[in-house]
Design a protein around this ligand. Structure first.
Ligand SMILES: *Cc1c(COP(=O)(O)O)cnc(C)c1O
Length: 349
């Protein structure tokens, strides 16, 4: 295993700070008949009058076990967007440090970098939408702290080759963040197994897509214990509310139900792919490992507007690098997909 010094990477102010200790942190093992007069809560019970568990222990245990990890390797956040923001705030000095992103990709990496005043180097994906490790490593300098990889990638839908990610892990002294928001829709396993041998790997996942819980905001970060404890120092103490914790726990316990939905979405994805390929104004349909399909059309702006007129909203991704005249279609229900295809066939006439 390579040597990797996380303490050299963390911001000095974060390394030096003592985390806020909440009332619930200080008395976390209390159960049963204790009288809680420590957190200035309203004592009248209504199901949500108490502060939530700051470490989300029940939910985290379940999520960790499902991934073959210890709870010390898992951090939960208010959506993966919060987890990504915590990574910036723990490791990147505003006005000084830099990150690398690989367009076309998820827009939040750039937004979070800009919010935190971190400069961005963009290394485009190649024409197969794969990352280019040599070019990325050439772009790295002493200030480059994080490299963001999205796999399966949004908006292109493809997986990023594991050997290319490994090349970055082996040769970069900062953190490689692999965003696996869509991992449950694809045949390839998560990179979670690689955590043990790669101390600079961070994996983010979410309940927003395959788990069908975008509304409750629950993001997952899997990383070394050292990285997780740094993020724990700076996270807001009650970042995952109690309604989210209980709803997520209920859903994550019903893994068979989720697999059924995911299988249905994958079947629908295959049908949608075939149908899109038949349309005269569609020139290319990109194979997808996610719950959406990117397709190249003759005039994306026009087709987008025409679909709106028929009551269907898709995403125009034409402004993204390498994505000229592309639309991104989320896979819906059988009925929704039939309506989409019918609408598209009308346009083809
Ligand atoms: C949808 C999506 C997410 C989800 O973010 P949440 O904040 O967890 O809802 C993360 N990454 C990518 C690439 C996405 O497309």
């Amino acid at each position: 295993m390579r040597t990797f010094e996380i303490n050299k990477l963390v911001r000095h102010n974060v390394a030096a700070m003592t985390p806020y200790s909440s009332a619930r942190d200080e008395f976390k093992d209390a159960k049963g008949d204790m009288i809680f007069l420590d957190a200035n809560e309203n004592p009248f019970e209504n199901g949500a009058n108490r502060y939530p568990d700051p470490q989300q222990r029940d939910l985290k245990e379940l999520i960790a076990v499902q991934r073959g990890l210890a709870t010390s390797n898992v951090l939960l956040g208010n959506g993966s967007d919060e987890v990504l923001d915590l990574l910036f705030r723990a490791f990147c000095v505003p006005g000084k440090d830099a990150v690398i992103i690989n367009p076309p990709t998820y827009g939040m990496y750039k937004v979070l970098a800009q919010t935190n005043d971190i400069s961005i180097k963009e290394v485009l994906l190649d024409t197969n939408f794969q990352i280019q490790p040599e070019v990325i490593l050439e772009a790295v300098d002493a200030y480059t702290k994080l490299i963001f990889i999205c796999s399966p990638n949004n908006p292109t839908g493809n997986l990023i080759a594991k050997d290319r990610i490994q090349q970055l892990l082996d040769n970069f002294d900062g953190l490689v963040i692999v965003d696996e928001a869509y991992i449950d829709f694809c045949i390839s396993d998560s990179l979670v197994k690689k955590l043990r041998d790669n101390p600079n790997l961070v994996i983010t996942q979410t309940l927003s897509k395959a788990y069908g819980l975008a509304g409750i905001r629950l993001g997952i970060c899997c990383a070394s214990e050292a990285i997780v404890s740094i993020l724990n120092k700076i996270k807001p103490p009650y970042n995952v509310n109690s309604l989210t914790q209980s709803r997520a726990h209920e859903r994550v316990s019903q893994i068979a139900k989720i697999h059924l939905e995911v299988d249905t979405i994958k079947d629908e994805r295959a049908i949608l792919h075939q149908q899109l390929e038949k349309l005269s104004f569609v020139s290319e349909v990109f194979p997808s490992m996610a719950n959406f399909i990117l397709a190249r059309v003759d005039d994306a702006g026009l087709r987008y507007e025409q679909l709106i007129k028929q009551g269907i909203v898709v995403r125009n991704r034409s402004s993204q690098a390498l994505c000229e005249n592309t639309l991104r279609f989320t896979v819906g229900t059988r009925k929704e997909n039939v309506q989409l295809i019918t609408a598209l066939k009308n346009l083809a006439k």
